[in-house]
Design a binder for this molecule. Sequence first.
Ligand code: SF4
Length: 356
Amino acid sequence: MIKRRDTLNFKIGSVGIGSKYPISIQSMTNTDTRNAEKTLAQIKELSSNGCEIIRVAVPDDIAATSLKKICMESPIPVIADIHFDYKLALKAMENGVHALRINPGNIGSELKVKEVVESAKYYDIPIRIGVNAGSLEKGLLEKYGVTPEAMIESALYHINLLERQNFNKIKISLKSSNVPLMIDTYKKIANQIPYPLHIGVTEAGTMKGGTIKSSIGIGALLSDGIGDTIRVSLTGNPLLELPVAKQILVSLGLKKQGVEIISCPTCGRTEIDLEYLANEVEKYTANMKENLKIAVMGCVVNGPGEAKEADLGIAGGKGQGLIFKKGEIIAKVKEDELLSTLYKEIEDMRRCFKNE
Ligand code: SF4
């Protein structure tokens, strides 16, 4: 069992952040925020695929204005991502965002920081400080190079600016595309501050490489109890991030809702198109909320035994296969009936969950 690091707790809209709440999944839209309709359509699609908090870029005044409609109609809390311009932060808050991502050290005088903090207190919204290895302050780079020390000093500097205004609804991220650096940095800061951590590997890459890097980076930290909200950053449609994020949490037992697929690697005993079956089952169960383990195994001899811990499973043979439940065989069916029989069993089990 993973013991989460104790943190301060607060809410971003309806979603709790911190050690007393489940780890949440975030993503970021890649539509033009100035186009509220398109951005809302993407938010709705992401939300229905498991995204719990959404961040949108706010590069100018038109985008900040567009937030009004976006925040009003978004099914999930919205975070405004703002660089440098404190006026955009003020407008975003007026227009209903549920949190800000802004680095107070980058917005100018202490008076401007004070104005942003006063407004955040008024609207009761948290602020994420996002330190990125790629955009560290020049002085820190000269002093330390790109190291955990530089990233932590940068984060502590921004944190201090908020704490000086008696503000503590703070969430921190310290992202890097370098996985060992990112892991080391988060581990080091975890003991120094009480704030929840948003974790992720930034610019992780494309679907394949980025999934691996994110799983290692985010997974290593989560397995040590570090991390309160996650984002998997992949190049392309943000929709691709969500199954990866969900799978990281499910694999570590940190998400009690969602189906975990177990499928064997296949071997010389496999006499069925297992890849097709496993992909079909994954698609069928992708948005289910129940905590289920489903096995898709390549042979009837070893399959049921090797996947004993699964709630339900199929084991394929030549022209036919077995359906098993907790390692016990419950039916023998023709190959072309394997999926439909498994789906019926899954639905029966889901009905039981609902009646419990
Ligand atoms: Fe091979 Fe059967 Fe094991 Fe799959 S379940 S790897 S087919 S022995």
